[in-house]
Design a protein around this ligand. Structure first.
Ligand SMILES: [Zn+2]
Length: 448
């Protein structure tokens, strides 16, 4: 047996190296530099005598794959997938060096400590321990250290799925994002495991007007004024909420009054109920249950004294699973008579994805079982990821992928959320050990 405590040391060390590698992905192809961490992981896993492959979609952007071959090609396989890139930082907001990976009062500080180098390193340490101890699974165990998650995976998981699917394919996949927990009023620990995620339908709206002199604006056909009205209508728009089984499970696990619980379960009351909640909770509840529209970029105008004839708006649309309406249908409903005055074009599309969960899914039951090691009696709560993760490339191909790890009791959703892409990102060493033990246990359970 290996205990969470025993995993803490090696996981801490590996996490520190990954943070110090500074694989910052700012969205440009020449950023990221994930080859540094791909090499670190390759070296670390080769130490147990495994053959590790690296893949280069572009110079400097390597991903890597290691495999413990199963004895039965028909047995189910498991992939542990962790991304190696991190988002940029503004060091002014930090109390410690964001790439120093210092260990202070039982916590490792640095960009990626939560998203998601903590899990990337926990998975690698569990994998290495299995290899070192001669683990002989029936189905394959795959470790996938992948780049470019933070920019959508075009040089990472999406590229690998298109070009090297056989190298990364597995029936079951564990990756970010989930594993936080809280105790409900009756003392039951509730652990969120994300089983699906929202789709994305980014759109550009080109708004046209008639140019004129800025000195005579009365009654002008000003594209910017029209664009402002479009933004206002999008903000007011209330699409039909999607209150599915996963949402109901989340509501049941929340620490709220019965009134709030009822309101959050009723399509006619949910919007007004959300309005009464504190901002971070309200924001989460809204995003979980609605297709959302966030106008985030505006381009246009030429000169202070010219009435603009073209304004481009970029709208970040996130589609909730189960929503049957198209993005265009939503825009038509939101904009009303103004819809016919804009040209709508696609920026990016990916559908919402869902994995099966529950007592008849082997990955779900295995995750549930191994949650009990740290938290006897704990309950799994299925959740929805409102952003995007690499899990979608597996779910799109019919594989079961969950976002989860396992953290110490203090890591509730609010704590996790405030550090995610935030200042002072950090993870406690105990959570590193718990996650490593968790992945180790699941691999042994599911594959033998
Ligand atoms: Zn992430």
């Amino acid at each position: 047996m290996a205990s969470a405590k025993e995993f803490e040391g090696p996981t801490t060390e590996l996490l520190q190296t990954l943070i110090r590698n500074e694989c910052v992905n700012d969205g440009t192809p020449e950023s990221g530099h994930e080859t540094r961490s791909s090499d670190t992981l390759k070296q670390y896993l080769e130490g147990s005598g495994l053959d590790v492959q690296t893949y280069t979609p572009r110079e400097g952007r390597d991903s890597m794959v290691a495999r413990i071959e199963g004895s039965d090609p028909n047995a189910p396989s498991l992939c542990l997938m962790g991304h190696t890139d991190v988002v940029p930082v503004n060091p002014d907001g930090w109390r410690h060096d964001p790439f120093g990976a210092e260990l202070i009062d039982g916590e490792i500080w640095g960009r990626g400590a939560i998203d998601m180098l903590n899990l990337t390193s926990s998975m690698a340490v569990a994998f290495r321990h299995l290899a070192d101890t001669g683990f002989r699974p029936k189905g394959d165990l795959v470790y996938f250290g992948v780049g470019d998650e933070e920019a959508g995976g075009g040089l990472g998981a999406e590229w690998m799925a298109e070009h090297h699917w056989d190298a990364i394919d597995a029936d079951y996949v564990l990756t970010e994002l989930g594993g936080w927990s809280h105790e409900s009023a009756d003392g039951t620990r509730q652990v969120t495991v994300n089983v699906n995620e929202k789709g994305l339908a980014w759109r550009r709206l080109r708004v046209r007007g008639t140019p004129g002199h800025g000195s005579m604006p009365f009654g002008a056909d000003n594209a910017l004024i029209k664009a402002a009205e479009i933004v206002r209508r999008l903000t007011e728009y209330r699409p039909i909420p999607e209150l599915d089984e996963i949402w109901r499970a989340q509501v049941a696990s929340m620490d709220v009054t019965d009134d709030v619980r009822d309101g959050l379960s009723d399509p006619a009351k949910i919007w007004d109920t959300i309005d009464t909640l504190p901002t971070p909770v309200a924001r989460t509840c809204h995003a979980h249950t609605h297709t959302t529209f966030s106008p985030n970029v505006v381009h246009g105008g030429q000169k202070t004294n010219i009435i603009p004839d073209v304004i481009d708006l970029e709208i970040d649309i996130r589609v909730v699973p189960g929503d049957q309406e198209s993005a265009e249908g939503h825009l038509r409903a939101a904009l009303g008579d103004l819809y016919d005055q804009v040209e709508v074009s696609d920026i990016q599309n990916s559908p919402a994805t869902t994995s099966p969960f529950g007592s008849d899914n082997a990955l779900w039951t295995s995750v549930e079982k191994h949650t009990q090691v740290a938290y006897p009696g704990a309950k799994l709560v299925p959740g929805l990821t409102v952003g995007g993760t690499d899990a979608r490339f597996y779910r799109e191909r019919g594989r079961t992928a969950y976002g989860t790890g396992l953290f110490s009791p203090g890591m509730d959703f609010a704590t996790f959320g405030s550090r995610f892409h935030g200042h002072n990102e950090r993870i406690d060493v105990a959570s590193l050990g718990l996650s490593a033990e968790f992945f180790w246990g699941i691999a042994r359970d599911l594959l033998t």
